[in-house]
Write a protein that binds this ligand. Structure first.
Ligand code: URA
Length: 433
């Protein structure tokens, strides 16, 4: 088999066989196919697309190109969730404890933040002592004892995707639904959970800018998961407005703890309950309605909070910070962003708000950058709010005062103030099986 012929076949719009897809994916992982041929192939896929069968074959091949985690030793049903990326998205820190408190193990790998979106691993690492790298035995022991474990992605998880994603990033081939779907699902399938819930974000802070695009991506991912023998569902959620109120690593852990105590923002609580309920219903805990009740009970009884604490302890983290979030170091400097006229907030550009948090030190521009766990921002007025001149819209936090100017300008540019109010879209825009 020759890569040249496979590229030509796809370029001319023909369907590839499973063997041809495997040749491409395994060749990407083991370095046998040069980057220029991988790039040409990705561009051919970008323009000609992939059939459902090709997408499923590519996903399974990319998953099989590295370690396949077997969670069966945990002895119970396992569930995982994945967000397509957003601003202020700390849902894993709330959803995983809720689901684990209901008896379904969550042993998952999460990513770091890159660009304007945050990553769960960075948030967890803001808890002093929390280890996001564990041996396989430690990972299983943490999940067995506390019901959940969240670690960073193993170096050898779906290496074909790692290689292809790096090339897509520099060849303008990221925005392809079959490539995004196979990329995400290859890692979810390799990570081993039987039940997978996808939080597909739509709006200014998301990859998918329209609900139609989000539904197409969700459908593709659900079909891939189902074909691979995993129970898969999706929730379509609104990322036109950042989720909750805090953006930044320790700030988001603090907000997650508040939510586990019943004091979190309504949008965050609603989305977490919905994601948890979807995971529980896939795990055969009853109807979706029933599972919403179970999720709420785990939250309101404090069981989910205790589960997060047990997980932090199992990872070597200092649980005093979970009991008393005021122990987290605060940033040295704070700047208030104030409304410069009366009006209604009619739009927020979530991507720019994510960028502002990054500029303060909460995120990285390149993988090598270090982050400031205390940096970020607190949103005090969101889309739909009526504000008066001088009202505080947000507070920015950083340990480097020089970063304020650019971040404040970015935040202000993200906010649209108008004379007439707007109708605010709900947080949950749909769900799919
Ligand atoms: N996240 C991924 O893991 N892959 C993509 O292609 C896009 C987002």
């Amino acid at each position: 088999m020759r890569m040249y012929d496979i590229i030509k076949k796809k370029r001319d719009g023909f369907e590839l066989t499973k063997a041809e897809i495997e040749f491409f994916a395994f060749g990407a992982a083991d370095g046998n196919i040069p980057d220029y041929q991988l790039s040409a192939m990705l561009m051919a896929i970008y323009f000609k697309g992939l059939t459902k069968q090709e997408t499923a074959d590519l996903t399974v091949a990319m998953a099989a190109s590295g370690d396949m985690v077997d969670l069966s030793a945990l002895g119970t049903v396992t569930a995982d969730k994945h967000s397509t990326g957003g601003v202020g998205d700390k849902t894993t820190l709330i959803v995983a404890p809720i689901v684990a408190a209901c008896g379904i193990k969550v042993a998952k790998m999460s990513g770091r933040g890159l660009g304007h979106t945050g990553g769960t691993v960075d948030k967890l690492e803001s808890i002093p002592g929390y280890k996001t790298t564990l041996s396989k035995d430690e990972f299983f022991a943490a999940a067995a004892s506390s019901g959940m474990s969240v670690i960073g992605q193993s170096g050898n998880l779906a290496p074909a995707d790692k290689k292809l994603y790096a090339i897509r990033d520099v060849t303008a081939t990221v925005e392809s639904i079959p490539l995004i779907a196979s990329s995400i699902m290859s890692k979810k399938i390799a990570a081993g959970a039987e039940c997978i819930v996808l939080d597909v974000k739509v709006g200014s802070g998301a990859f998918m800018k329209t609900k139609e695009q989000a539904e197409m991506l969700a459908r593709e991912m659900i079909d891939i998961g189902t074909a691979a023998g995993r129970k898969t569902a999706a929730v379509i959620s609104n990322m036109d407005i950042p989720l909750g109120k805090n953006v930044g690593n320790s700030l988001e852990v603090i907000e997650a703890v508040e939510t586990l105590h019943g004091n979190g923002p309504a949008d965050l609580k609603e989305l977490c309950v919905e994601l948890a309920a979807n995971m529980l219903t896939l795990a055969s805990k009853g109807s979706l309605d029933n599972c919403r009740g179970l999720a709420l009970q785990a939250l309101e009884s404090g069981a989910a909070f205790e589960t997060l604490k047990a997980c932090v302890a199992a990872h070597g983290g200092n649980t005093d910070y979970i009991d008393n979030p005021e122990l987290f170091d605060s940033a040295k400097y704070t700047l208030e962003i104030k409304a410069d006229c009366d009006g209604y907030i009619t739009a927020m550009d979530s991507e720019r708000i994510g960028n502002a948090a990054c500029m303060l030190g909460a995120g990285r521009k390149t993988k090598e950058d270090s982050i400031d766990p205390a940096a970020g921002l607190e949103i005090l007025a969101k889309t739909g709010s009526k504000v008066c001149k001088g009202d505080i819209l947000a507070k920015l936090y950083t340990n480097d005062e020089k970063l304020f100017d650019a971040a404040a300008n970015e935040y202000k540019a993200a906010i649209t103030l108008s004379d007439t109010p707007v109708e605010v879209m709900p947080i949950i825009l749909g769900s799919m099986r």
